[in-house]
Design a protein around this ligand. Structure first.
Ligand code: NDP
Length: 300
């Protein structure tokens, strides 16, 4: 298999950009310590023992420690009932040392995720999943929390000097956590892209992607976007994280995105790798939202 090295000139280095965002956050945390004698706090709730979720939760807790953010990891058994989980969230809503609350997705089947999202106090909703925060963003107010993955994508574009105004952007996927908010952010005033959203019922999807100046792929299908579906010079942001079997790999699998990187990269003016693209940005934006939540708590 051909490997494209990270120093390729068209590669967007998500790790380096996330490091820069994290350095800014660490500086803000240090300033908060000096100014208020206090520390921003994040509570991360994990219900059950999904191995991938455990990794995500531990990564978030570790990043908090690196940046000087206080964190509480709350692990609940997989049999936890909806009222028990809501009770934990309500207590955290009232806890003054906690400024951000996150419930790791996906929860076990007995949990109604939509209700959980609504139970988190909007001013502690650092994932930006609460209808109040989603509505605010849709109304064009980008000053509060923004959802971590789509706002991370926006940072990647902006910090890579990619012009979005007037560009044709195609978002693949319409989930509540990636596709829909991505559409809202790309079409917001000041970002100003012309956005088309595609999903599993879109007919002739390649007709849209071939005309796109910017493609954000978030569908969860390994290497779905092929070289013959894009035009030369396209900017491609690959949100997908998919495990594919790889008997030769140390873990027996490897991670690939929703983009066939080796086919698309030679045609792209800019492209993110998987891993090392959007993933680190998602956590960086979560940390940033936690600091924002702290700062907002002092303005109320
Ligand atoms: P969902 O499964 O919630 O949504 C997938 C979307 O893709 C749906 O809207 C679906 O359409 C659409 N879709 C599925 N198949 C096709 C197809 N063949 N053609 C066109 N559209 C299709 O996924 P998420 O949005 O949660 O995640 C998407 C990917 O991004 C996953 O790989 C996930 O692991 C990754 N991810 C990465 C993050 C990161 O930090 N890097 C964070 C979050 C997600 P329909 O609505 O019609 O069913």
């Amino acid at each position: 298999m051909k490997t494209i090295q990270p120093e390729s000139s068209n590669l967007i280095d998500g790790k380096a950009i996330a490091d820069a965002v994290n350095r800014e956050t660490a500086t803000r945390v240090a300033d908060i310590g000096k100014q208020y004698g206090a520390t921003p706090g994040l509570a991360v709730i994990l219900v059950g023992d999904n191995p991938a979720s455990k990794v995500y939760v531990n990564t978030k807790v570790k990043k908090c420690a690196e940046l000087g953010i206080y964190s509480e990891k709350i692990v609940l058994p997989k049999e936890t009932s909806q009222p028990e989980l809501l009770d934990v969230i309500h207590k955290l809503n009232c806890n003054p040392t906690i400024h951000g609350i996150l419930v790791q997705s996906p929860p076990p089947p007995q949990i109604d995720e939509a209700e959980v999202v609504k139970a988190v106090a909007p001013d502690k909703d650092v994932d930006c999943f609460h209808p109040q925060n989603v509505g605010r963003m849709l109304l064009g107010d980008l000053t509060g929390f923004l959802p971590c993955t789509p706002s991370g994508v926006l940072q990647l574009l902006q910090r890579s000097g990619i012009e979005t105004a007037g560009k044709n952007a195609v978002v693949l996927g319409r989930s509540n956590i990636v596709g829909k908010p991505m559409m809202a952010l790309l079409s917001a005033k000041g970002v100003d892209a012309t956005v088309t959203m595609c999903h599993s019922r879109t007919k002739n999807l390649a007709d849209f992607t071939k005309k796109a100046d910017i493609i954000v792929a978030a569908i969860g299908k390994p290497e779905f976007l092929r070289g013959d579906m894009v035009k030369k010079g396209v900017v491609v942001i690959d949100v997908g994280i998919n495990r594919v079997e790889a008997p030769d790999a140390p873990k027996g699998y490897r991670l690939v995105g929703d983009v066939a990187f080796d086919e698309v990269a030679p045609k792209a003016s800019k492209i993110t790798p998987v891993p090392g693209g959007v993933g680190p940005m998602t956590i960086a934006m979560l940390m940033r939202n936690t600091v924002l939540a702290f700062e907002a708590s002092f303005k109320r």
